[in-house]
Write a protein that binds this ligand. Structure first.
Ligand code: SF4
Length: 333
């Protein structure tokens, strides 16, 4: 880096961290940033908003207060505690990783964190910097957006070479004395100020370092080639109830998504039933827009392979988010 660039980076860090120290959100995993707490929060935050994660984080920590408790729990219990958060492979990987840590001890390097099941480069950098104070820049979508604007770089951000360039820039800005705070400050800036559609530039602590702001191009960045169009999918589920017990079927263990989770049967899997509509809702899974209809019916003589569950049992098995929503919606009508 040239002397000018070094001075520029140092002033940028100072401005960003001063803002973060004053304005950072009071999030539960920030109060005691132990390895376990930071790791759990970062895995939960993958593809999930902060506000949605907070109640799950508290419940999960109550149920599994440390690595040993998580490692010793049956997988079904871990999945049940995760129910509703989605992307369940995260919970399975977390559980596997807890067993590894319980056997070998806490990781102490970036590479050891990265080697844990379910931990990619972003999560490894976030955990290593926040919990272990190691100097690694964490690059997520927020940070890519901020860097594309700081540098006024209109390259297509899904290209690997472009991501590498943005990552290298973020790495050059990283405060090596406070890497965890720096990473959180960059993410916080992206989540609360440098917003995707409407960046709040007048309130931005680093606006004087921002080339896109100076060029008036901040709303055009980052450049992304369009995603594939969403698919519309309809789903008809049936709530079969008998003496307050609900009939559910289990997804096969070999399913790529939500293996072993329990769900309401689809209408097409049942014969000889008379149904009445009990509720409807929409649900989004990655690129699918689902219109879900929930029907009620008396149990037919012949049922597909499945099991009856009372209310107490329902609370302790992994339910798909769609089933959870469907049961709540049709509990009283
Ligand atoms: Fe983002 Fe605007 Fe700040 Fe630039 S000045 S980093 S575009 S919020």
């Amino acid at each position: 880096m040239s002397p000018e660039a070094l001075i520029h980076a140092a002033a940028f860090r100072r401005a960003l961290l001063a803002w973060y120290d004053a304005a950072r959100r009071d999030l539960p995993w920030r109060t005691t940033p132990t390895f376990y707490r930071v790791w759990i929060s970062e895995v939960m935050l993958q593809q999930t908003r902060v506000e949605a994660v907070i109640p799950y984080y508290h419940r999960f920590l109550d149920r599994f207060p440390d690595v040993a408790a998580l490692a010793a729990a049956p997988e079904q219990e871990v999945l049940a505690a995760w129910s509703g958060l989605g992307y369940y492979s995260r919970a399975r990987s977390l559980h596997k990783a807890a067993k590894t840590i319980a056997a070998t001890g806490l990781p102490a390097t970036y590479d050891a964190v990265h080697a844990l099941p379910g931990v990619g480069p972003y999560t490894a950098a976030a955990v290593a910097s926040i919990a272990l104070n190691l100097p690694h820049a964490a690059i997520d979508g927020n940070v890519i957006r901020v860097v594309s604007r700081l540098t006024n770089d209109a390259a297509e951000v899904s290209l690997p070479a472009v991501r590498r360039r943005f990552a290298a820039h973020a790495e050059s800005l990283l405060d090596r004395g406070r890497p965890g705070d720096f990473n959180q400050a960059m993410m916080e800036l992206g989540a609360t100020v440098c917003l995707p559609r409407a960046p709040r530039c007048p309130a931005c602590p680093v606006s004087r370092f921002c080339s896109a702001r100076m060029a008036g191009t901040e709303r055009e960045l980052p450049v992304k080639i369009g995603k594939p169009a969403a698919r519309d999918v309809t789903l008809d589920l049936v709530r079969l109830e008998d003496r307050k017990r609900i009939f559910l079927i289990q997804r096969p263990a070999a399913e790529r998504r939500l293996a072993d989770f329990w769900e309401l049967p689809e209408r097409k899997a049942l014969t000889g039933i008379r149904v009445r509509l009990a509720g409807e809702f929409s649900h989004r899974i990655v690129n699918d827009r689902l219109s879900v209809k929930v029907w009620k019916a008396r149990p037919p003589r012949t049922l597909p392979p499945g099991q009856w569950f009372d209310q107490l049992q329902l609370a302790s098995i992994p339910l798909t988010t769609i089933t959870r929503k469907a049961l709540q919606l049709t509990a009283s009508n």
